[in-house]
Design a protein around this ligand. Structure first.
Ligand code: 3PY
Length: 394
């Protein structure tokens, strides 16, 4: 079986804080038996009721009791997945409602502090959460993931501790669809190479062996027509693209008509007809290595594969072979397995590929929106209110 992220907390903490005994005590590699994700294996409750997060608010209501700032519930921030730690303004946002405990403080291992922790905020959906962490937090009620994909969390194990998991499906849809379009356009028009040429003085500007392909009026095949896939279709329509999609559940007729999308019950049909194939599925046991040698072989030699879901949805060895042998024209990936790829990975040494470092939601606005959505989820759990976006184990 597989795990979607290369580094678990157990590996990352020693990297950040040195090989401390505490790090070793609390975090060991998680052997997640499966990737549980949202679209197929998990039922969403999407009753989204964003709490009003008014600036300068000094108290919060927890049930009937109004708490003063000093008594705010404690939230542990797992921020070590990012390269830059949790952003200042996200921390400020959280501080309006919670007493923040950083990993560094947490590793101080004060029994009293651990008892206070009722929420864990997973920043940038990177770290895994293991049994030992859960055992060390006796009053934990909720793990709030910033991001939609929860394949890095063992939902069954977390649920066995009576802890709820929430995610942020609303905040991620637009920026992730944008990055899908950006990758499609960049690969089609060879933007990265073009940039290198323009930035290299003396390089010949135009060459016939350097022509791109057009997105306008081309056929786009979207695999996974959830909320992000649908946003991609809305954008593609503005490019007069012919839109095909494959999904476990067909969308409503009105939704198909609104974006002019045609349903392909068989993924093979979509692969054979598309100029651009975009992967927008969540990672589940069913979608693990969904695109392998056979599927790549069905694609047109002029087609481009774009992945904005999770790296493990593609069999990367098969992709390397397909790109080397020009079975398909190119690939544009925002996600890989692992992240980042090791320097000597063959995908990094091809000239018909673009790779970005999982930046689907890396915008100022989306990061803030994800924090707001996660805060609303955490407050709902702590206040025993309906939870806007709870994720359930299958
Ligand atoms: O929200 C998520 O899970 C993402 O990975 C966005 O890129």
């Amino acid at each position: 079986m597989f795990r979607s992220k290369a580094l678990s907390l157990s590996k990352l903490i020693p990297l950040m804080f040195g090989q401390s005994n505490l790090a070793n005590k609390f975090f060991h590699p998680v052997i997640a038996s499966h990737g549980l994700c949202c679209h197929r294996s998990v039922i969403y409750k999407q009753r989204y009721r964003m709490h009003q997060l008014g600036a300068g608010r000094r108290t919060i209501s927890t049930g009937t009791k109004v708490m003063a700032e000093g008594e705010l519930p404690a939230v542990l921030i797992l921020d070590i997945g990012g390269t830059h730690g949790i952003l200042e303004d996200i921390a400020a946002l959280l501080k309006k409602h919670f007493h923040l405990i950083t990993m560094k403080e947490f590793l101080g291992n004060k029994e009293e502090m651990r008892k206070k922790i009722q929420s864990v905020y997973v920043f940038e959906c990177r770290p895994t959460i293991d049994r030992e962490l859960l055992e060390s937090l006796p009053n934990l009620k909720v793990i709030a993931n910033s991001g939609v994909g929860v394949d890095h969390l063992d939902l069954k194990m977390i649920s066995s501790f009576g802890v709820k998991v929430t995610n942020t499906p609303h905040a991620v849809a637009d920026p992730t669809a944008d990055i899908g379009m950006a990758l499609m356009l960049a690969s089609a028009r060879r933007l990265v190479e073009g940039c290198h040429i323009a930035l290299s003085p003396g390089t010949k500007y135009f060459a016939v062996d350097w022509l791109g392909v057009e997105v306008t009026r081309a056929t786009l095949g979207i695999i996974g027509m959830g909320s992000i896939g649908y946003k991609v279709a809305q954008r593609a329509r503005a490019f007069n693209m012919r839109i095909l999609y494959h999904n476990r559940n067909r969308r409503r007729k009105e939704e198909e008509e609104a974006v002019g999308a045609h349903y392909c019950a068989k993924m093979e049909d979509l692969l054979q007809q598309s100029d651009f194939v975009m992967l927008v599925v969540n990672l589940t046991p069913e979608t693990h290595k969904l695109i392998g040698k056979k599927e790549l072989g069905l694609m047109k030699p002029t087609a481009t594969l774009i992945n904005i879901s999770r790296g493990a949805v593609i069999d990367q060895d098969a992709l390397v072979e397909a790109l080397q042998n020009k079975v398909i024209r190119a690939a544009a990936l925002d996600v890989t397995y692992p992240e980042p790829l090791p320097r000597d990975h063959p995908l990094l040494h091809l000239n018909n590929i673009i790779i970005t470092p999982h930046i689907g939601t890396a915008t100022v606005h989306a990061t803030r929106m994800m924090a707001e959505e996660a805060i609303a989820n955490m407050l709902a759990v702590l206040n025993d209110q309906p939870i806007p976006s709870e994720v359930f184990p299958k």
